[in-house]
Design a protein around this ligand. Structure first.
Ligand code: PAF
Length: 509
């Protein structure tokens, strides 16, 4: 397709009417660098949509006249960089085009008060209102499917997410992590203004943030005052440095697993921002739901796509049930059960088919635990207090460092109540029975008739939902997905989108 440059809003509107494909939109203010390059090339590789880059220096978002006047302009280079990295069209409007003197078609917006009252919003009065106004105007003109933004401007990203939500726009925000230069400082169009000495200061600042991130993983806390003191001693002019909740931008609480350490410094005339995410452990996805909801297949695929550890907690209950039956243990006798639990080891190992095998006390039981005999007893055994306590502890040990997607029935409520993303996957009884019947793994189920399977599923649901300890219930903060009528891949993509939306790219493994 021919690459085009559009300069007038009317031209853009006309062209948009005839464009059949969806648009990935990459808004910029020009002076493009490797951060923008990454945005454009990510959009290009994500899908086969039409990639449109806009270049517009938005006067409404400058709180300082000289900053606006001095904003670097490198239009010829920007055009080259955009086209050579995957842009199909570039929109370069004039100020009069975006803000016609009679203000026709313009809605002047206010950014979310909560999100713009922190960090940069404190000193840059009206800045985020200006960003919302221009982006909303551009979105209305371009009508994209996806909006690509850099996580470097994390506060801007949150504010624009909020804008899309409150205006009920059907647009997904896709983000890329902060891109850093060779010396660790974040890429920014304003870096060209830095003298050698100023660059040293920002380098010192950024490196201090990166050190805080590493230390936080070990110590689980930060010494904000200590960092400020260290930076001040090096004559770094701090405008703010704050430790906040990453989504609300309120003060971070001790119990937060993920928080943000964000700061702005002044280097001469230039103001530069940087941030890091602090994490006690890597993110966790909890997927709960009844038997036959598709959890196992979906969870395995998510683990593979996001390179997370896969934890099948149901297999642990099944493996333990298998052992109790095989060794003929009277599990109703507390003492006997406790004695056996002391010596149990359950381990998952990847096999040659890149699936996982389950071992209990060194027996590989992957196949046997799927029998109807185990299916009929596992709910009873998993409702025993000692069994639950033992296996929940084992599961927490496996997930201690995070970076895991766990499936089960009580993951979001009991095992990892602080999981970053909780999904409750379900489907109608009819659908689940059909799936069980065609599941090659549960051989016994294939021989049962559909009505019998439905009965068994209902019975299992009742037992799971009514047991005293850790019953199967949806966690308050879980997102319910009813999978009837959806393909496995559609469900997987939906969950990955939710994960991408929640977890900054910067901290995804
Ligand atoms: O991040 C930027 O470059 C600008 O704030 C944006 C999103 C292009 C709006 O002018």
């Amino acid at each position: 397709m021919k690459k085009i440059i559009i300069r007038k809003t009317e031209e853009l509107e006309q062209w948009r009417q005839y464009l059949k494909s969806d648009i990935n939109f990459i808004p910029t203010m020009g002076n493009l660098h490797n951060g923008h390059r990454k945005l454009i090339s990510t959009a290009k590789s994500d899908n086969s949509n039409f990639n449109l880059v806009s270049i517009f220096i938005n006067p409404l978002q400058f709180d300082n006249k000289s900053d606006l006047e001095n904003y670097p302009k490198t239009i010829d280079n920007d055009i080259k960089l955009s086209f050579s990295n995957g842009a199909d069209a570039i929109f370069i409007p004039s100020t009069e085009d975006i803000y016609p003197p009679n203000n026709k078609n313009i809605t002047f917006l206010k950014a979310s008060v909560e999100l713009s009252s922190a960090l940069c919003g404190l000193n840059r009065i009206g800045h985020f209102d200006g960003v919302c106004t221009v982006v909303y105007r551009l979105l209305n003109l371009i009508k994209p499917k996806n909006l690509y933004l850099g996580e470097k401007d994390w506060q801007q990203l949150l504010i624009l997410k909020n804008l899309i939500l409150t205006k009920e726009l059907d647009i997904a925000i896709k983000s890329i992590p902060t891109q850093r230069d060779f010396d660790g400082i974040p890429l920014s169009s304003r870096n060209v203004h830095l003298s050698k000495n100023e660059r040293k200061l920002i380098k010192f600042f950024s490196n201090e943030l990166l050190i805080a991130k590493t230390n936080f993983k070990q110590e689980k806390k930060i010494n904000l005052k200590g960092i400020i003191k260290k930076l001040s001693a090096k004559k770094v002019l701090i405008e703010y440095l704050e430790h906040l909740h990453p989504y609300t931008l309120e003060n971070s609480r001790v119990e937060d697993n993920i928080s943000i350490l964000a700061g702005a410094i002044r280097c001469g005339e230039t103001r530069l921002i940087d941030h890091v995410f602090l994490m006690k452990r890597s993110p966790i996805i909890a997927i709960d739901g009844p038997a036959g909801s598709g959890k196992s297949t979906v969870t395995k695929l998510i683990a593979k796509k996001l390179k997370l550890l896969y934890l099948d907690t149901g297999a642990m209950y099944r493996a333990l049930s298998w052992l109790l039956i095989k060794e003929n243990i009277d599990y109703k006798k507390e003492k006997k059960l406790n004695n056996i639990l002391k010596d149990i080891s359950i381990v998952f190992k990847s096999n040659t088919n890149s699936h996982q095998d389950v071992f209990i006390n060194n027996y590989c039981v992957t196949e046997e635990i799927r029998s109807q005999e185990i299916s009929s007893i596992v709910s009873k055994i998993s409702s025993i207090k000692e069994v639950r306590k033992f296996l929940v502890e084992e599961q927490r040990k496996i997930g201690e460092l995070g970076g895991i997607v766990a499936e089960g029935r009580d993951i979001g409520t009991t095992v990892f109540p602080d999981a970053e993303l909780k999904i409750f996957l379900t489907a109608s009884i009819d659908e689940r029975a059909k799936r069980r019947k065609s599941d090659k793994k549960s051989k016994d189920s294939q021989d049962l008739d559909l009505n019998k399977l439905k009965e068994l599923i209902k019975k299992r649901d009742f037992e799971d939902s009514n047991r005293e300890i850790s019953p199967l219930i949806k966690a308050n903060d879980a997102i319910e997905i009813i999978t009837d009528g959806y393909s496995i891949n559609q469900v997987v993509d939906k969950i990955i989108d939710l994960y991408d939306d929640k977890i900054p790219k910067e901290i995804q493994i």
